[in-house]
Write a protein that binds this ligand. Structure first.
Ligand code: ATP
Ligand code: MG
Ligand code: MG
Ligand code: MG
Length: 437
């Protein structure tokens, strides 16, 4: 992509409304634009990252055996009246009336709708286990939308729903999602800690919030230090096998949000291993048994020939919130530092002297060669100060920058800068493509 043809509305000044660094950088880097409180347009650079995050979430859901579908954003009120949540949900639900005076709502979550889909076609335990998910915009009329995409009113969520014949099988489904979440957040370059979360009236031990530590997080959390370095299950994890060993390992030390905090258990940890910090909830998994299947009549026939309400769980990831979370975890005073897996482009190519025949030719050649080698390149081909170009590249945080100027070209060299470490290195023109990884 040539920057001269792209849409990258960089802000020079820090926007006053942005209180935290991720919000500031997302606005300044031209990733998002607020249209109303908590409602954003995703500008080209932001959309690129959003799609990459979404794709990693999708790949790990698929790997774990879940199947993607897509439900609408608008839902009929009837379904929510069946479950009893239409009245309970309160003001966070955006309610809409159509021209025929039918009550509708913009979905804040999809338990009712997925239960409706399930009950219309699945009748036998032989069709289980089943896990269906979608990645769709949600609306919650948050009382205090803030911190940019971190707490939006409209936001992108991956929500999966598992269906099993009994609690034991539902537990296996829960384990699969647990492991899928560990892998997802790891691939996004983050350390997310599963923390014991409130299960509400259902009880039991099957609810975890996945939390990344950040001073700007809205949750108060407590955990053992070991979670920061615990190895995550690799590519070879077999989702058809018994995963309980992983779950035992990832829940054996203390980790809880303030709602579930147990001071005595926490104090039993040696002081040097205690972490009391703030965190961002990026995912939440939950087994809720037959709560919706009973009220909505979603039953399946078991091996004994009798019908039972299906056991369900739901599993959310805040896809758009993750962009804020990643930036909170990975930035410096000059801007964003994207993990390679989600960077909007692989390489930034800076032409220090547009109009100079040699630099133009070298840049064109590099742009083509890198493209042919499969790299997604953002080429700053605009006239303008080198200083401003460097600042822009640092702000938008691409992992590698290639700096091409007349001086280096005299000895056939260009500079490679690593955004994360700031290290610069001169490399001969011919060797550049091999050096970018
Ligand atoms: P929070 O405690 O932050 O309000 P929640 O517990 O209400 O979140 P869930 O119902 O568990 O949210 O939804 C699943 C995931 O969706 C959350 O873990 C979070 O990552 C994301 N999410 C929830 N609300 C928002 C929001 N207003 N903006 C962006 N992401 C959100
Ligand atoms: Mg909430
Ligand atoms: Mg929460
Ligand atoms: Mg939650």
């Amino acid at each position: 992509m040539r920057l001269s043809r792209y849409f990258l509305p960089i802000l020079k000044e820090n926007p006053k409304e942005a209180e935290i660094v991720s919000h500031r950088y997302m606005l300044r880097a031209g990733m998002i634009r607020q249209q109303q409180a908590g409602i954003y347009s995703w500008l080209p650079l932001g959309l690129k990252v959003l799609r990459k995050v979404e794709q990693i979430v999708r790949e790990e859901q698929n790997r774990s055996g879940a199947t993607e579908l897509l439900m609408p954003t608008l839902q009929p009120a009837e379904l929510w009246k069946e479950s009893g949540r239409y009245d309970d949900y309160g003001k966070e639900m955006l309610r809409i009336v159509d021209r025929h005076d039918r009550d509708m709502l913009f979905g804040p979550t999809n338990e009712e709708m997925i239960t409706d889909i399930f009950r219309s076609s699945v009748k036998s335990y032989k069709d289980l286990p089943l896990n269906l998910y979608h990645i769709q915009w949600k609306f919650r009329d948050e009382i205090r939308p803030r911190f940019g995409v971190m707490r939006g009113r409209e936001f992108l969520m991956k929500d999966a729903y598992s269906f099993d014949i009994d609690e034991a099988r539902a537990r296996e489904a829960y384990h699969r999602m647990f492991v899928a979440y560990l892998r997802t957040f790891k691939r996004l370059g983050m350390t997310a800690i599963p923390m014991k979360a409130d299960t509400g009236p259902i009880g039991g031990d099957l609810s975890h919030e996945f939390i990344i530590l950040a001073d700007t997080g809205e949750s108060e959390v407590f955990c053992h230090k070991s979670y920061l370095t615990k190895p995550v299950p690799g590519d070879d994890v077999d989702f058809d096998s018994d995963l309980s060993g992983y779950i035992a390992d990832w829940t054996k030390e203390y980790a809880a949000t303030d709602e579930m905090h147990d001071e005595t258990a926490f104090n039993a940890i040696p002081a040097e291993d205690q972490i009391a910090a703030r965190g961002i909830e990026v995912g939440h998994i939950f087994y809720f048994g037959t709560k919706y299947s009973e009220s909505m009549g979603a039953t399946v026939m078991a091996a004994d020939g009798k019908d039972y309400p299906v056991h369900m769980g739901s599993y959310g990831v805040g896809v758009s919130r993750l962009l804020g979370g990643i930036i909170e975890a990975s930035h410096d005073e000059n801007g964003i530092i994207w993990p390679k897996s989600v960077s909007p482009f692989d390489v930034g190519l800076i032409n220090m002297k547009v109009g100079n025949e040699e630099t133009d030719a070298a840049c064109e050649q590099l742009y083509e060669r890198l493209g042919n080698a499969g790299f997604d390149v953002l080429y700053d081909d605009r006239t303008g100060q080198a200083g401003a170009k460097f600042a822009t590249m640092d702000l938008i945080g691409l992992p590698s920058q290639l700096i091409v100027g007349p001086r280096g070209l005299k000895s056939n060299e260009v500079e490679i800068k690593d955004r994360a470490t700031g290290e610069r290195e001169l490399v001969s023109l011919d060797a550049v493509v091999d050096r970018i990884i």
